[in-house]
Design a protein around this ligand. Structure first.
Ligand code: AHR
Length: 335
């Protein structure tokens, strides 16, 4: 077909769609040509997308893997990614969303550091016509403020941890809990899910519970303080993530006890460090929380931008791992 014919068709087609259609994509006239499947021909491709991502920080092995997954997938797909790191501060993360709105990105992905406090900035994104996908963590906002939540069932992770713990301690334990970042969705739900199952075990008690902010350094400090206060009374640790469990292992060894034996430890994430600790006999189990969300995130983003329907929640598929399988599985772990 001659160029002049293409331009005539484009002009005719544009008049039915509004002028924006032809102006937007001067580089690829052919995608605007009407045919039997004109909608498909108007669809954006990965290379057309500008995606903003407001990451919460770099607090754990899990988060590092999550960030790599987002960045690597964007590169592989040819998506233009505007990635901002809030360094564990909600104010920074809110500012990051505002910057992405000013930049007029096509869509924003965000892992909200805590559940509350998002309505105002999400409303700003909505006003600007920029959809939001919640990745990894939920936010406590009305459902029409985001298009989808892609991530884990944190309540179920807490329940799984409690069931495993019950088996390990023969249904009798004095547990200390290392809680994640206060107010975050995983900390809130892992706290509740664990307690829900514990009701079935009258001889299992949580004797103390404190935040280690999902970091190894804080996990170690909090565990050292628990040991100072309760000493040998502690028989089990429930850590909301692997990094804090690894910090607790350091503290238990410094105190002169054997982690994994004198004190049973169950954590969440299933990161490489947890497998190494299980192989060394220092950790008793880890419940998987999958950080490799890049491929699913960009697939959802493309669908949203193209106006295709997507589920309100896309759950991750996750398992539980024990020391007896750790050596075999470790080489296959990507994070
Ligand atoms: O939101 C997921 C949690 O955040 C991970 O379990 C934890 O390691 C991370 O910091």
């Amino acid at each position: 077909m001659k160029i002049s014919h293409i331009l005539i068709l484009c002009t005719l087609f544009a008049s039915s769609l509004g002028p924006v259609a032809c102006i937007q994509r001067p580089d690829s006239l052919s995608t605007l040509l009407p045919d039997s499947n004109s909608n498909a021909r108007l669809e954006k491709k990965y290379e057309d997308l500008i995606v903003g991502y407001a990451q919460l920080g770099a607090e754990s092995e899990w988060r590092a893997a999550n960030t790599i997954s987002i960045k690597e997938t964007a590169e592989q797909l040819g998506v233009e990614l505007r990635f901002l790191d809030a360094q564990q501060k909600q104010d920074n993360q809110i500012e990051a969303v505002r910057k992405l709105i000013i930049q007029k990105v096509d869509i924003i992905g965000i892992s909200p550091i805590v559940e509350t406090g998002w309505e105002e900035v999400f409303q700003e994104a909505k006003n600007a016509g920029i959809p939001i996908i919640l990745v990894d963590r939920r936010a406590d906002v009305p459902e029409d403020f985001y298009v989808s939540y892609l991530g884990s069932d944190f309540l179920e992770e807490g329940r799984k941890a409690a069931r495993i713990m019950a088996d390990l301690v023969n249904e009798k334990a004095s547990i200390v809990e290392l809680v994640g970042t206060i107010g975050s969705a995983p900390a809130n739900d892992r706290y509740l899910g664990f307690r829900e199952i514990l009701k079935e075990y009258p001889q299992m008690h949580i004797i103390d519970s404190e935040s280690g902010d999902f970091t190894r350094a804080r996990g170690r400090e909090v565990m050292a303080a628990f040991l100072k206060k309760y000493g040998n009374e502690i028989t089990a640790v429930y850590a909301h993530n692997d990094d804090m469990a690894l910090g607790a292992i350091d503290a238990i060894e410094e105190y002169g006890l054997n982690p994994g034996q004198d004190i049973k430890i169950v954590s969440i994430d299933a990161a490489r460090g947890a497998f190494e600790a299980m192989i060394a006999g220092k950790l008793n189990a880890t419940v998987e929380c999958n950080p490799l969300l890049g491929p699913q995130f960009f697939e959802l983003a493309l669908k949203v931008v193209n106006g295709q329907p997507i589920p309100k929640w896309v759950p991750s598929i996750e398992g539980i791992f024990f020391p007896e399988d750790a050596s075999e599985i470790l080489p296959t772990r990507k994070y």
